[in-house]
Design a protein around this ligand. Structure first.
Ligand code: ITT
Ligand code: MG
Length: 173
């Protein structure tokens, strides 16, 4: 099976590798069709789905994967929100969401002013490329859950839904 991932971000690509160890995996920079910083579940999920479909348009892969990070407002707090999508050649699209935690007020304030989480996290931690490494979720959970692990969880839910569908289809025959 050939799998195309719609991102070059190592935190995302490693999560796909973690589930599909034996597959041929390619990474492509594709459009998400949503703002760089999605601000709702709907927007973030749509970004993941568009990336997944774009992977099938721009490659000959059997399966396209889109992983997208955003934030969502709940009450007074902003929560990290992450979605994954898997598109297949027969037109199926599976989706799954990741674990969420609220971000500290100082970070939320910057995002509400229009800044992007990636650069805000780098400034906050005085480090570089946090979004490609442990991610915001890694920083704020003391690295008990890294961005890669969070996406790995999403990948398991995508792969599992795909497998279940194939299993059910076999039973129907
Ligand atoms: O190259 P791509 O695949 O776009 O990877 P990305 O790191 O930009 O990731 P997203 O577009 O999915 O995320 C949207 C924005 O939120 C940032 N972001 C999302 N989750 C993050 C996290 O856990 N840690 C740091 N930044 C994060 C990210 O850097 C972007 O500014
Ligand atoms: Mg991005």
């Amino acid at each position: 099976m050939k799998i195309a991932v719609g991102s070059k971000n190592p935190a995302k690509v490693s999560a796909v590798l973690g589930v599909y160890e034996d597959a041929e995996i390619i990474s492509l920079q594709v459009g998400s069709g949503v703002p760089e910083q999605p601000f709702s579940d709907e927007e973030t999920m749509e970004g993941a789905m568009t990336r997944a479909r774009n992977c099938l348009i721009h490659s000959d892969a059997d399966v396209g994967i889109g992983l997208e990070g955003g934030v969502v407002k709940m009450g007074q707090a902003l929560f990290l929100c992450n979605w994954g999508a898997m598109a297949t050649r027969d037109g199926e699209v599976f989706v799954a969401a990741g674990a969420r935690i609220p971000v500290p007020g100082i970070v939320a304030g910057k995002l509400l002013e229009g800044e992007e989480l990636g650069p805000v996290m780098d400034a906050f931690t005085k480090q570089e490329n946090i979004s490609k490494k442990e991610g915001a979720i890694g920083v704020f959970t003391n690295e008990r859950i890294t961005r890669g692990e969070m996406f790995l969880h999403i990948m398991r839910m995508l792969a599992g839904q795909h497998e279940y569908k194939l299993k059910m289809r076999k039973h129907d025959l």
